[in-house]
Design a protein around this ligand. Sequence first.
Ligand SMILES: [Zn+2]
Ligand SMILES: [Zn+2]
Length: 328
Amino acid sequence: MRAMVFDGNSPVLQDMQVADPQPGAGQLLIDVHACGVCRTDLHVIDGELAHPKRPLIPGHEIVGTVAALGTNVTGFAIGDRVGVPWTGHTCGHCRYCRSGRENLCDAPAFTGYTLDGGYAERTVADSRYCFHLPARYSDVEAAPLLCAGLIGYRTLAMAGDAQRIGIYGFGAAAHIVAQVAHHQGRDVYAFTRPGATAPQQFARRLGARWAGGSDESPPDRLDAALIFAPAGSLVPAALRAVAKGGIVVCGGIHMTDIPSFPYALLWEERRIVSVANLTRADGQAFMTLAEDTPLQIKASAYPLADANRALNDLRNGALVGAAVLTMR
Ligand SMILES: [Zn+2]
Ligand SMILES: [Zn+2]
C-alpha cells in the first residue's frame, strides 16, 4: 500500500510502498478514505514530542471502512464506516484507567505517534477505541471531528458552564468548538494572530460575538479562555482577559515556554489547566452531539501524496479550517 512515512529524523515525509498491515486480535483492518492533518502531527515530525515510533505513519483523525476483522471483534462489521482517534490503547488497570481517567493512563498508545496512523491507504486499529461516525458528515468532514472536534470538546468541557468563552488560535479545533459553544447559547470571543483578518471573519460567520488579534482586549471580561495555538505567551495574555474565578484551558499537547508573569494575574481564583488526550466516553458524547448538531466543517482536501504540502500549509498558518488527506 501507499503510505507517507516519517523516518524518525527528517520532517519531510517519504512517499513509500509498504506492506499492508494485518489485523491482530481485537483489531479492525480499515480501508482509509480520509485522514485529518493535526498540529500534533507537526509536533511529532518536528521533534517536539519524545519517543515516536520510528519509522512512523502519522495521522490520528482517520475515517475509513472496515475491510476485515481480527478475532474477538464486537460492535463492527465489514463495510462499516469507522473513525479512529488519537487514543489507540489504554492499559485498563492503572489507577487512572480504574477511575474513569483513561486519558491519563500510565501505559497508553497513541495513533500516529506510538502506533502507525492514517497517512496511508490502510491501517489497523483496536476496535475498542474506534467510533461509528454521524452519517450527516462526509468522510472529509468527519475526519476533523476525531481530534480537532474531540479534544476541542474536552477543552470546552473543562470550562464548565462559563458563559463568555474566549478561543485563542482559530484553526481546526476552534472552528468546531466555537459552533458547539454558540449552539449551547454561550458567547464566543475569537483571538487570532494579530492582523489575520480571514480567520476573524470566519469566526464571526460561525457566530462569534467578537473577533480580534491576540494582542487585543475583548470588549467583555471572559469567564474562560481556551488556548489552541502552541504559543506559551498566550497564557498570561489569556489570564489578563479572564474575569475573577475564570479559567484558562490549554488544549494542545505542546506549547512553547510560558513567560513569567505577576501573581496578580492569577490572583482572585483564576486557574490554568491543560487537557490531555481523550477518553472513549468523551468520544461517544461528542459523536452524539455532532449527530444532533449540524456543524459546518470547513476542510481543505489534499491527495495523500501531498501530505507534506498540507503540513506546510498548517505550519505557515495558510489554512482556514482543517486540512484533510484523501486516499481515493
Ligand atoms: Zn491505564
Ligand atoms: Zn490531533
